[in-house]
Design a protein around this ligand. Structure first.
Ligand SMILES: [Zn+2]
Length: 655
């Protein structure tokens, strides 16, 4: 049908019946329609013109042939539309809204569509069927492409199910036990499918197992969890697993959801797995597919991913990795080593991270598996690494000894953060202490702050002495652990003690018998005389800092502030944040020092301000927070050289 020709067909006059129809029909009636047949060459066209009852005018007409239809709007302005009657006319009312003008129209329309329905329904059905056929064709074009992509995806290795069971679900092993007598426990191991029996003697009290206790199977020697028969009705374990496979243009990763259910019949668990995601890696692009409902249909099949499934952190099948990646840019990515040495990790994120930061290969080679898996799986690059750096010092910011500790412990990002925080205050934690602090989930920064005055061993002793009280009084709304709560309070208390000029070497001060009480006491003391205390603290720092850090070179000098007021004035004059309370307080608490750089000719005029912590320049800012000029940069370099490697120790003098 050609629009230009259709337009020229004369519009049918308003039928005379319109007035009578209006009066006798229901309120919802808005349109009446009139049909006409028109021959265009060999083609027969049905024209159905719709008249508005209210406006008494032809509003639009629909042209049908046996293949398609099109609507021409006549009012309020001329335009063409592909919409169906369903959308043009309120679809909920259907034939109540529009009716044929006369029997001739009714019969003509039915005959044209060879329909036994009423004329309005006949038009609607034709339009519906046509749209559905078009949609099916569109869908088929899409699914054909997807099916083609899936063709080369082969079968899984023969041992895959065994691998899922033994490796991906390696934690899903239980001994279901029954107590026969006081001394005899009989059980069934789901790992080796065998009976076990324990005879509890005075020498083997550990065999007197409890429900949910971890242990080992005496037969297969695998780690298991003990479950009392009758107390466990249902145990439902799930895992995600991944399998890599070569393709002509790269490789793909197939993701599986794996389930194992132990009900009353624990000796016969229900095991199942389904493949839900496929990610194709070609060159540098990744296209993901998911096994789910196709668009808005009820058909379940491979579709372009909508990110319905979250299976990214998965246990990766290792036997074929090296062969799959041999000819790709991931040849040296160490994915094999990482997969071999971690339970699960985010494979896609690791690939992505490796392509941007090849340093990850180096971290895997250093056997920092947990760190890499954790960092690429769960959090962004937030642990203060510099992945563009060279060498461990630059990349992780730790020294050789600290690295050895990370390797020994297969340390996570949390381990690293604790090691670094402790290192910043010159403390290297023993492995056992470090693990204990991790277990207690103590805020690393707070812990480091306490470590400036108390040894790790004494911290642990003091926490243990106080734990009972803090566990009992744990704040329900706090996300922290009781030990962390305790250390927070302790740190607050100690910092205030420093402000008050207390003797920080006295164990009477360091380990108060009632921390909560003393904490509140010193807090009130400090509140009452804060300004004076800060001023005193900063004034008393002037002399020792001046002796160690004063320096003059090429018309510039650097010196400490004489008072808290001087720091405030500096901040106001240079319009930067150094005058705010936290800088002054941190200096008064011996955490971070402020120094002034001045022009030697105008020694009292603010110029640049330095924040200095743990032997390092944290910041150096001038007017309006501007960065260092080249002259100031050289000056700072020279100054640092002069105070040199002893800077750290020098600061420690005042701890
Ligand atoms: Zn066993």
């Amino acid at each position: 049908m050609k629009k230009k020709k259709l337009m020229l067909i004369e519009i049918e006059k308003i039928p005379e019946e319109i007035d009578t129809l209006q009066s006798k029909e229901v309120n919802s009636l808005e349109y009446v329609y009139l049909s006409k047949l028109y021959n265009e060459g060999n083609e027969q066209i049905l024209i159905v013109t719709f008249y508005s009852l209210e406006e008494k005018n032809a509003v639009f007409r629909v042209f049908f042939n046996h293949k398609t239809f099109i609507t021409e709007f006549l009012l309020p302005e001329h335009r063409w539309s592909e919409s169906t009657l369903n959308t043009l006319i309120d679809c909920w009312h259907g034939s109540d809204v529009a009716i044929p003008t006369n029997q001739h129209t009714e019969k003509q329309i039915r005959k044209f569509f060879s329909s036994t329905d009423n004329s309005y329904e006949a038009m609607q059905k034709f339009q519906r069927d046509l749209r559905k056929a078009q949609m099916d064709r569109r869908h088929k074009r899409e699914t054909d492409v997807i099916d083609e992509k899936m063709k080369p995806v082969g079968s899984l290795p023969k041992n895959f199910e065994t691998w899922l069971n033994e490796v991906a679900l390696n934690f899903s092993r239980y001994i279901y036990y029954k107590r026969k007598t006081n001394r005899i426990i009989k059980g069934y191991c789901t790992s080796c499918s065998g009976q076990v029996e324990f005879i509890i003697t005075k020498e083997t009290p550990q065999l007197n197992v409890r429900h949910n206790q971890p242990g080992k199977c005496p037969t297969c020697n695998k780690k298991v969890t003990f479950k009392a028969v009758g107390r466990t009705t249902r145990q439902y374990d799930t895992a995600t697993a991944a399998y890599m496979q070569k393709t002509d243009t790269g490789f793909l990763i197939r993701y599986f959801s794996v389930q194992k259910k132990y009900h009353e019949h624990y000796w016969k668990p229900e095991f199942s797995f389904s493949e839900l995601v496929r990610a194709f890696y070609d060159n540098n692009s990744v296209v993901r597919y998911e096994y789910t409902y196709f668009r808005n249909t009820h058909k379940i099949r491979w579709c372009y991913a909508n990110n319905i499934y979250n299976l990214d952190v998965a246990c990766l099948y290792t036997r074929n990795i090296q062969q799959v990646l041999a000819d790709t840019d991931l040849k040296y990515s160490c994915i094999y080593e990482l997969a071999k040495n971690t339970d699960k990790f985010n494979i896609n994120r690791y690939i992505y991270a490796y392509r941007y930061y090849p340093a990850y290969e180096y971290l895997v080679k250093l056997r920092l598996y947990r760190l890499v898996a954790g960092n690429t799986s769960y959090s962004s690059n937030s642990n203060g690494y510099s992945l563009n750096g060279n060498g461990i010092q630059q990349v992780l910011g730790i020294n050789r000894l600290q690295l050895k500790q990370m390797q020994r412990l297969n340390g996570s990002g949390n381990h690293l953060s604790l090691i670094k925080n402790a290192g910043d205050v010159g403390v290297s934690l023993k492995d056992a202490h470090l693990e204990l602090f991790m277990k207690w989930r103590i805020n690393h920064y707070r812990l480091a702050s306490v470590l400036r005055y108390v040894t790790p061993k004494k911290i642990i002793k003091y926490i243990n002495q106080n734990m009972a009280y803090w566990e009992k009084n744990k704040d329900k709304y706090s996300f922290q652990s009781p030990a962390s709560d305790f250390v927070d309070h302790w740190d607050d208390y100690l910092q205030n003690c420093v402000l008050l000029g207390y003797d920080m070497k006295s164990s009477f001060i360091l380990f108060p018998r009632d921390l909560k009480l003393r904490h509140d006491e010193v807090m009130n003391l400090v509140k009452a005389e804060k300004k004076e205390l800060l001023d005193n603290a900063i004034s008393s720092l002037f002399e020792p800092l001046y002796t160690h850090f004063y320096f003059a070179w090429r018309g510039m000098l650097i010196r400490p502030p004489t008072s808290a007021d001087e720091i405030i004035t500096e901040g106001h004059k240079l319009h930067h944040c150094v005058g705010t309370g936290s800088y002054i307080e941190n200096m008064a608490k011996d955490r971070c020092y402020i120094f002034f750089i001045r022009n030697a000719k105008h020694p009292d005029k603010p110029f640049f301000t330095v924040a200095f912590q743990n032997g390092r320049v944290l910041q150096c800012r001038g007017k309006l927070n501007c960065a260092m000029t080249n002259e100031v940069k050289s000056f700072i370099k020279k100054w640092q050289k002069k105070i040199g490697g002893t800077a750290h120790e020098k600061q420690e003098l005042f701890f």
